[in-house]
Design a protein around this ligand. Structure first.
Ligand code: SF4
Ligand code: SF4
Length: 279
């Protein structure tokens, strides 16, 4: 096992032993008010440190949405092991990419190398496929595109997620927020690429993925960035110095909650943009 220093800056939610200053906020999701209490110790944190909290917030919100849908008698087929959606484009926020690198490195050498190899191979395949198709090549050359356009481009690649093995996610508990926020209603058949109808994707008003992207943008003074999962490990090598930057943990949690609250209001517009390709 490779050694890794784990600095517990956040003790997540209220039910865990209180060790720091309590920060509380609430969000109304699908007609339910969710109270969040986060214990934050008075130290500095990297962008990666906020990801476990973001995952918990995302799961709580997804549960509230699922409950609301099920109460209306509508079927939600999403479950662990259902994987047709794992051929979709998975955008990751900057904090998630840094966290994923740490989580890869915390595994045994064998597993860590396997995960890295799978991501790199997948990235190479995407670049190769892009080279063979004039449409994909032209698309990739041009700058920023809407999420819908990039999704269409990615669909043309027919590329399965590098973390999918034998129909199961190799990092299910630590999967990206995009995977957690992708919920459909009806039948899982509609998620298959060759299915005639498109899946009924449940709109997510308060996107934790977008909030993480905006948090990093505000703190670092950059544009809002999103990185495609297969390219994440190559991207992180070029941005390692950013992974080391620190801010006050409380400042970070407050800002994150503020961004989520802004999204809760009806007027908030998504700011996430995706680069058309890794450049
Ligand atoms: S989005 Fe579709 S493929 Fe993915 S878990 Fe839900 S039903 Fe299954
Ligand atoms: S990270 Fe896991 S859940 Fe998400 S697309 Fe990849 S295999 Fe599927």
């Amino acid at each position: 096992m490779r050694s890794r220093q784990v600095i517990k800056l956040f003790n997540a939610f209220h039910q865990e032993p209180y060790k720091g200053e309590l920060f509380q906020f609430e969000l109304e999701i699908s007609g339910r008010v969710l109270d969040f209490s986060i214990n934050v110790i008075s130290e500095e944190a990297t962008l990666s440190d906020i990801v476990p909290i973001a995952r918990k917030i995302s799961s709580k919100m997804a549960n509230a949405i699922l409950q609301g849908i099920k109460e209306k008698g509508i079927n939600v087929p999403c479950r662990k092991g259902c994987c047709s959606c794992c051929s979709s484009l998975i955008p990751m926020s900057v904090p998630e990419v840094f966290r994923m690198r740490e989580e890869f490195m915390a595994k045994s050498n064998k597993t860590s190398n396997r995960l890295l190899r799978r991501c790199i191979k997948s990235a190479v395949r995407i670049l190769e496929k892009t080279e063979y198709s004039e449409y994909l090549k032209d698309f990739a050359k041009l700058g920023k595109r809407s999420v819908g356009q990039v999704n269409k481009w990615y669909g043309e690649l027919k590329q399965v997620c590098p973390l999918l093995s034998g129909g199961l996610c190799m990092l299910y508990e630590q999967r990206p927020i995009a995977c957690r926020e992708h919920i459909v209603t009806g039948s899982s058949d509609s998620c298959k690429q060759d299915h005639l109808c498109r899946p009924n994707v449940v709109p997510i008003k308060v996107s934790v993925l977008e909030a993480l992207g905006e948090l990093a943008s505000e703190l670092e003074g950059t544009e809002v960035e999103a990185i495609m999962l297969p390219f994440s490990q190559a991207w992180v090598q070029d941005n390692l110095w950013r992974a080391e930057r620190k801010w006050s943990a409380m400042e970070m949690v407050r800002l994150f909650a503020e961004i989520l609250k802004q999204k809760e209001s009806a007027t908030a517009k998504p700011r996430l943009e995706l680069a058309a390709a890794y450049a």
